[in-house]
Design a protein around this ligand. Sequence first.
Ligand code: NAD
Ligand code: AKB
Length: 333
Amino acid sequence: MSGGRVPVTLITGASGEIGQALLRRLAQRPGDPIVTVDLRPLSTGALKRPHREHFQGDILDAALWERLLRQYRPALIFHLAAILSTHAESVPVLAHRVNADGAARLLAMAADLATPDEPVRFVFPSSIAVYGLPSQEAKEAAAPVSEDEHLDPATLYGAQKLYVERLGATVERLGGGLDFRAVRLPGLISSDTLPQGGTSDWAPELIHAAARGEPYSCFVNPGARLPFCAMPDAVGGVLSLAFREKASLTRTAYNLGGPSLSAAEIIARVARDFPDLEVRFQLDRGRDRIVASWPAAVDHTAARRDFGFAPEHDEETLFSRYLIPGIRRRYQG
Ligand code: NAD
Ligand code: AKB
């Protein structure tokens, strides 16, 4: 107990894709009980580690935080709640409130709770959206992008992610005990869940449609290319960063990478297992432009060196060992 309050691990956005995967993984390790916050109810799944309470509500609701902080003292925070890139472009004011203001308020809350003796660790999933390549030609010519290059986001979402990274680093430097860490995630693909509102969604949508035997209308051009990461590799990376001692870390924000794949390559690979796959290209110019501004590949040398990020899946095993068997189980029993 800390000042009469129970120390907990707090996860915001816990009902989302990453939240569900993170909860399953955290359930396998010892640690403080878990408290979650999300607009949506929590899908209970595999919660073995004590899950104290789910607060269903808005991270912008001050009354929710008052209730939560009356009982609990978050010592480790995974702040996942956000509005993803495509959706954010269509609701700019709300996206600013959730992605920027919401995160800023949570950082202020964490900084208030933290002391040099009892630090609060704040783990933030940033995105490759913080990068902005000026043209398709520049994207094709670029080497895997490292953390300090091309920080010129083309979307509101990317600008909001970069702002939170910098705000977190600044608050940490003030020295009150906030310990801020961020990972810049590429497009994630899960065999269990489907994304909503992102721009890298074409890849998971296409693979899940193939397994359901449904045609897929692809909103980017066949050459559109991004780095992708299997959900278990990404969550493994987030956890490795979260639990690494501070002395090993040389940066605030780290790239997590994975195979660089174009839409055409994904279609060709998926068609090997689902030969009836039917894809038609129906370009959404806005979303295609966003993809063109994001790097084709990222350099994750720093994450390997500082916290041992070691994705299990390469271009082939991502499909053969993870996605295809998992998705078959999900849709075909
Ligand atoms: P998701 O959309 O599946 O989950 C986000 C969750 O946040 C949802 O359950 C939603 O209900 C909740 N949420 C949104 N606004 C809220 C609010 N105002 N109050 C409370 N809850 C709210 O997204 P995800 O893929 O699980 O992403 C989690 C985090 O990781 C996000 O910050 C996202 O930007 C980041 N990220 C994801 C990817 C990816 O490919 N999935 C890549 C890079 C970064
Ligand atoms: C999105 O497309 O918005 C996310 C991301 C890469 O941040 N998947």
